[in-house]
Ligand binder design. Structure first.
Ligand SMILES: Cc1cc2nc3c(=O)[nH]c(=O)nc-3n(C[C@H](O)[C@H](O)[C@H](O)COP(=O)(O)OP(=O)(O)OC[C@H]3O[C@@H](n4cnc5c(N)ncnc54)[C@H](O)[C@@H]3O)c2cc1C
Length: 372
C-alpha cells in the first residue's frame, strides 16, 4: 500500500513501474482496490475548495461524508450517494446515483473537469474542451480504467432543503406494494425520490422531497391510496441535504458487500413479480427524471432510459428478475457472474470506450477482469 498526499506522489508511484491500483473509499463490491497489487491509497489527498460561484474542487481521496459537510458549510450541495465513507471519485467515475438525482442528475453529470495522472506518468486536465474523449469516458464508465484521478471539479447546486421520508412496516401484501411502486415512483415529479426495499414481509421506503411539505404529503397519500393499505410515513421537513444524507448513512449500515443488480426499462410482469417475492431482499431505486434527460452517448454512462435499478440478494432472484430486465448493469455495482460484463455496463458506448482506452492506456497498465 502506498499513501499518496500529492499529485507528485501519484506520479512517482506510477513511474516506479509497479502496477498500481487507485483506492478512494475502498468500497468496490468486487475488491478492485484491495491489496494484492500496489494500492495507491488516496485518502490523504482530500482537500475541498468551494468558490463563491459554487464551483467546487474536490481532491480525489475525499469521502462523501466530508464532501457533504464541506459543501454544506458553503451553502452548496451535490447529487451523490448515501454511504458516508464511500469515495467521491469511485462513485463519480461510475455515475453516482442518489436521493436528489432525479432532480439534478448523476454526480458525473455535474462534473466540469478532472485532473488525471496517466499510465506514462503525465498529468492532464480534461474537460469538455480539453482531452474531451478522456473527460467523456470518466463520466460513468467506472473507476480505475484510464488513469489515476487526482481531483474533480464540480458545478454544485445551492444546498437543497428537503423533506426526509421514511416508512418501515410489515406489509400485508409486498407484491401489491412493488407493483404500485414500480408504476408510480419512476414517474413521480423529479423533486421526489422514493426508494423501496422488501425483505419477506418487511418493507422500507426511504426518500427525499424538494417539494413543499404539504405537496409531499399529498403525493405520498396518493401512493398509499394506490397500495390500498396504510403506509406509516414519517416525514421531517426543512432538512438540508447534508443532514438527510447523514441520517440515512447512519440508518443503513451493514449493506450487503456483494450484490447482483440490473436496470429495468419496464415494470416487472405479474408472473415475475409473483415468483420474485419471497426470494430474499429486493432493493428498488427509482430512476427517470433528470437521469434520463441526457443522451446515452453524451457521457460514458449508458443507462439513460431506465425506470429503476433493482438489487437482488442471490443468483436465483437475479435470474427471475432478469427475464424482464434491460440486460444493463450499473458500473458501480460490478458483478463477476455476468456473462459479458463490459456489454452490460456500457451498452452502445463500449466501442468508443475501447477506443479511448487504446488512446490513453494502450498497454493496459490499468487493468482488471471486466475492464473496458
Ligand atoms: C455502503 C455503500 C453505499 C453505497 N451507496 C451508493 C449510492 O447511494 N449511490 C451510488 O451510486 N453508489 C453507491 N455505492 C456504490 C459505490 O458507488 C461504489 O462502490 C464505488 O465504486 C465506491 O467507490 P470507493 O471510492 O468507495 O471505492 P474504491 O474501491 O476505492 O474505488 C472503486 C473503483 O474506483 C477506482 N478508483 C478509486 N479512486 C480512483 C481514482 N482516484 N482514480 C481512478 N480510479 C479510482 C478503484 O480502483 C476501483 O476500481 C455504495 C456502496 C457502499 C459500500
Amino acid at each position: 500500500m502506498m499513501h499518496c498526499r500529492s499529485v507528485e506522489d501519484v506520479v512517482a508511484a506510477i513511474k516506479s513501474g509497479d502496477r498500481v491500483v487507485p483506492r478512494g473509499g475502498g468500497h468496490c463490491f468486487v475488491d478492485r482496490s484491495a491489496p494484492g497489487d500496489v494500492v495507491l491509497d488516496l485518502s490523504g489527498l482530500n482537500s475541498i475548495e468551494v468558490r463563491a460561484d459554487g464551483v467546487a474542487t474536490i481532491d480525489a481521496g475525499a469521502l462523501l461524508g466530508q464532501v457533504y459537510a464541506d459543501l454544506h458549510a458553503a451553502g452548496r450541495g451535490l447529487p451523490a450517494g448515501c454511504g458516508e465513507t464511500v469515495g467521491i471519485t469511485g462513485l463519480t467515475l461510475g455515475g453516482g446515483i442518489g436521493l436528489v438525482g432525479r432532480m439534478y442528475g448523476l454526480s458525473c453529470d455535474r462534473l466540469l473537469s478532472a485532473q488525471v495522472v496517466l499510465a506514462d506518468g503525465s498529468v492532464v486536465e480534461c474537460s469538455a474542451d480539453c482531452e474531451p474523449d478522456l473527460f467523456w469516458a470518466l463520466r460513468g464508465a467506472g473507476g480505475g480504467q484510464f488513469g489515476v484521478v487526482t481531483s474533480l471539479r464540480f458545478d454544485t447546486v445551492p444546498e437543497p432543503i428537503t423533506t426526509r421520508i421514511e416508512a418501515r412496516w410489515v406489509s400485508a401484501d409486498p407484491e401489491v406494494l412493488v407493483a404500485v411502486w414500480q408504476a408510480w415512483a419512476p414517474d413521480s415529479p423529479d423533486e421526489l425520490t422514493l426508494n423501496l426495499t422488501i425483505d419477506g414481509s418487511q418493507a422500507v421506503l426511504i426518500g427525499a422531497s424538494l417539494l413543499p411539505a404539504d405537496e409531499t404529503r399529498s403525493l405520498l397519500a396518493e401512493f398509499a391510496d394506490l397500495v390500498g393499505a396504510p403506509v406509516p410515513f414519517f416525514l421531517r421537513a426543512g432538512m438540508p441535504l447534508s443532514a438527510v444524507k447523514a441520517s440515512f448513512a447512519e440508518a443503513t449500515p451493514g449493506e450487503p458487500a456483494r450484490i447482483r443488480s440490473e436496470f429495468f426499462e419496464r415494470s416487472l410482469s405479474d408472473d415475475v413479480l409473483r415468483e420474485l417475492i419471497g426470494c430474499g431482499r429486493l432493493a428498488f431505486t427509482a430512476m427517470g427524471g433528470a437521469y434520463n434527460r441526457i443522451a446515452a452517448e453524451a457521457t460514458a454512462f449508458a443507462h439513460r432510459n431506465t425506470r429503476f435499478l433493482l438489487e437482488t440478494a442471490n443468483d436465483r432472484s437475479w435470474s427471475i428478475a432478469h427475464a424482464d430486465g434491460s440486460g444493463r448493469v450499473y458500473p458501480n455495482f460490478p458483478d463477476l457472474a455476468l456473462a459479458d460484463g463490459p456489454a452490460a455496463y456500457h451498452g452502445e458506448n463500449l466501442a468508443r470506450l475501447r477506443a479511448v482506452k487504446q488512446a490513453y492506456d494502450p498497454d493496459r497498465f490499468f487493468d482488471f477482469p471486466q475492464a473496458v
